[in-house]
Design a protein around this ligand. Structure first.
Ligand SMILES: [Zn+2]
Length: 210
């Protein structure tokens, strides 16, 4: 009889993990003992596979400000699923391979296109306002575009009357996630394309097929 794991629904896949001999790793939404959460899983029997899975879970905790329960599931402290955000956290974690790289990202980033430093300030209750600093061009347009990028990548909500301000629907702050999303927000189209490509590329093979 084949080994069947009930690990829930796969929501994101990296078909070739370049930091672990090209094994497939995926993120699952799983119903655990303490409620719904997320789990990194691979079917690979590569000798480093489980170590890699452990690293990715740890990287997601740091990069995304997630908590890992006793059931090993990752969750946001607010209890919200933030499914779009977690996909991005997983994809970014898979680009790393060393614990030295595991730091929460700052709430500012250099926007190469304008030369401005773009910052996300937390106004509390999950509301973030984007501002730009330094010598550069087109500040208002870049601010609105980057706020729009955060909106899409983080599945955030608009704040009426403010193109530079966005909010998490859970009304809780998520600084780590904002810092991570801010890196990709200036080029949101490329980020979303990357997500679509990984989603359409192959399926995670079950053990019997490997
Ligand atoms: Zn939340």
């Amino acid at each position: 009889m084949g080994q069947t794991l009930n690990i829930g629904e796969r929501i994101e896949l990296v078909p070739m993990d370049n930091h672990c001999d090209g094994i497939s790793v995926a993120l699952y939404s799983h119903n655990g003992a303490a409620g719904d959460g997320y789990l990194v899983h691979t079917y690979s029997r590569h000798r480093s596979a489980q170590e890699r899975v452990g690293f990715l879970q740890k990287a997601m905790r740091v990069l995304g400000g997630l908590e890992e329960g006793e059931d090993h599931l990752l969750r946001f402290s607010c209890g919200h699923d933030h499914e779009q955000g977690i996909k991005r956290i997983f994809l970014e974690a898979c680009k790393l391979s060393s614990v030295d790289e595991l730091h929460a990202k700052p709430l500012h980033v250099l926007d190469k296109k304008s030369g401005l430093t773009v910052q996300a300030d937390c106004n509390g209750a999950g509301v973030y306002r984007v501002t730009a600093h330094g010598e550069g061009n087109d500040a208002d347009r870049r601010i609105n575009l980057i706020a729009g990028g955060l909106l899409k990548l983080g599945q955030m909500v608009e704040v009426e009357g403010h193109l530079d301000t966005i909010a998490f629907p859970c009304s809780q702050n998520h600084d780590a996630m904002i810092g991570l999303l801010l890196v990709r927000s200036p080029n949101v189209r490329a980020a979303l394309r990357e997500q679509e490509m990984t989603a359409s590329r192959g399926v995670l093979a079950a053990p019997s097929q490997q």
